[in-house]
Design a protein around this ligand. Structure first.
Ligand code: UD1
Length: 419
């Protein structure tokens, strides 16, 4: 029950490195169960979600060990295809094990993920795709069992470019007989990273990063060493924090090409941004100018940065209209921002943010990962002291966020629960 105590008002200044992407590390770790030889994955962030995925792999019988920022997985002697329900409940992304376990063993049992605070998040696209590949699916007592003697390549058209469904189907198709074509595929950089990993293991996947992906099934995958891409959502959160606190920071080991939509909005808002290979320098001397924003699948504006963006624009000059088009209920942070003095009204999936001159510190509670990051940004902008509770959500996706921010001059400490 830890909380962050934040004394707002210090601009972030200095230089910091971006670590590896959680949303690439999770599917890639899941994909290692398809490989019968050891794999070394470098630049793996040390986050709660990653620890849960490593624990699941161990429970299935893989040998998994962390060595600094690398994780070594040997799934040669995997025993079980039954993903433990208690671990699965701790992380939705364990659904990524469905495709790989089905592909290698022809059988998998996972607990059905429920809705979550940002929306219903069904897995119907995943299941429809697995069925199209030839799996039979049984849904009973909160579990999903997928089985098949063989998977056969086929054509799949997704109703929406779902990141998770695209990844799960690519993994299942990688060991299927023949060619699978996935249309209306998601194009996120993390999917490209997953395909690069699988191709390095001997898979034959083309077109990733475009909306039609072709997977020619192979019989066997061999071990490899792979480096995870930088976390564009962590980088984006830092850029928005710097803009919000009117500071100047250089991010190294970043990938500016993955942040096009955010960088364009920051420039529109009057922020100075300079990129050079894997370096992004951002400087914000004046209040932000309000800008409108609509989330969309990549290369559109990432839904994962919607809440941090909203927090940063609560004190912009003018009114910003923010539309959330990916998830149906991703405005849980609005109530907490309003308690800190923000002027925001929500109508269905649109939030109207009227810039105020100053936020004021308050006790607020994070109820989801990115919404939690938004509250931290608000705390750093606010007058007085802000206490952000619900750190278990923030720790799922940000590595020691307080330490990271303190190094850049923020006044933030992790404290125990109030009695
Ligand atoms: C991934 C990311 C998450 C990000 C999201 C959208 C990981 C681990 N998580 O989540 O951080 O916010 O992409 O960029 O990579 N949908 C269905 N049926 C399905 C699957 C999805 O209706 O079977 C809907 C969802 O409810 C949502 C939309 O499609 O409204 C997009 O979801 P999806 O892209 O699948 O998100 P995730 O893969 O869960």
């Amino acid at each position: 029950m830890d909380a962050f105590e934040i004394h707002g008002g210090s601009p972030l200044c200095g230089e910091t490195q971006v670590y590896g992407a959680k949303n690439a590390a999770l599917p890639i770790l899941a994909a290692t169960v398809m490989v019968e030889e050891p794999c070394v994955i470098d630049n793996v962030p040390d986050l709660e979600d990653v620890r849960v995925m490593m624990k699941i792999l161990q429970t299935l019988g893989a040998s998994v060990r962390r060595d600094g920022t690398s994780v070594v997985v040997d799934a040669g002697n995997l025993r079980s295809t039954n993903v433990p329900a208690d671990l699965m409940r701790r992380m939705r992304s364990s659904i990524f094990l469905m495709g790989p376990l089905l592909a290698r063993f022809g059988d998998v049992r996972v607990s059905k993920p429920g809705g979550c605070v940002i929306g219903q998040r069904p897995v119907d696209f995943h299941l429809r795709g697995m069925r199209a590949l030839g799996a039979s699916i049984e849904e009973k007592h909160g579990f999903i069992r997928c089985s098949s003697n063989r998977l056969f390549g086929t054509e799949i058209v997704l109703d929406f470019p779902s990141v998770g469904a695209t990844e799960n189907l690519i993994m299942a198709a990688a060991l299927a007989d023949g060619q699978t074509v996935i249309q209306n595929a998601a194009r996120e950089p993390e999917i490209v990273d997953l395909a690069n990993f699988l191709n390095a293991c001997g898979a034959n996947i083309e077109g990733v990063g475009e909306d039609t992906v072709r997977v020619q099934g192979v019989h066997h995958l061999h071990g490899t060493r792979h480096r995870i891409i930088p976390d564009r959502i962590v980088a984006g959160t830092m850029l928005l924090t710097v803009a919000a606190t009117r500071g100047k920071v250089t991010l190294t080991k970043a990938e500016p090409a993955h942040l096009g939509a955010l960088l364009a909005k920051l420039k529109q808002a009057g922020v100075r941004v300079h990129t050079d290979r894997d370096i992004i320098t951002i400087e914000c001397l004046k209040p932000l100018r309000a800008v409108d924003m609509r989330t969309a699948p990549y290369p559109g504006f990432p839904t994962d940065l919607q809440a941090p963006f909203m927090a940063a624009f609560t004190t912009a000059e003018g009114t910003s209209v923010i539309r959330e088009s990916v998830f149906e209920a991703r405005f849980k942070h609005v109530n907490e921002l309003t308690r800190m003095g923000a002027d925001i009204t929500v109508d269905l999936q649109t939030a109207v943010v009227r810039g105020v001159s100053q936020l004021s510190g308050a006790t607020v509670e994070a109820t989801d990962l990115r919404g939690g990051a938004a509250l931290v940004i608000a705390g750093l902008m606010a007058d007085g002291v802000t206490r952000v509770e619900g750190l278990q959500h923030i720790d799922r996706g940000y590595q020691q966020l307080d330490v990271y921010l303190r190094d850049l001059g923020a006044v933030i400490t992790r404290t125990g629960a109030m009695s």
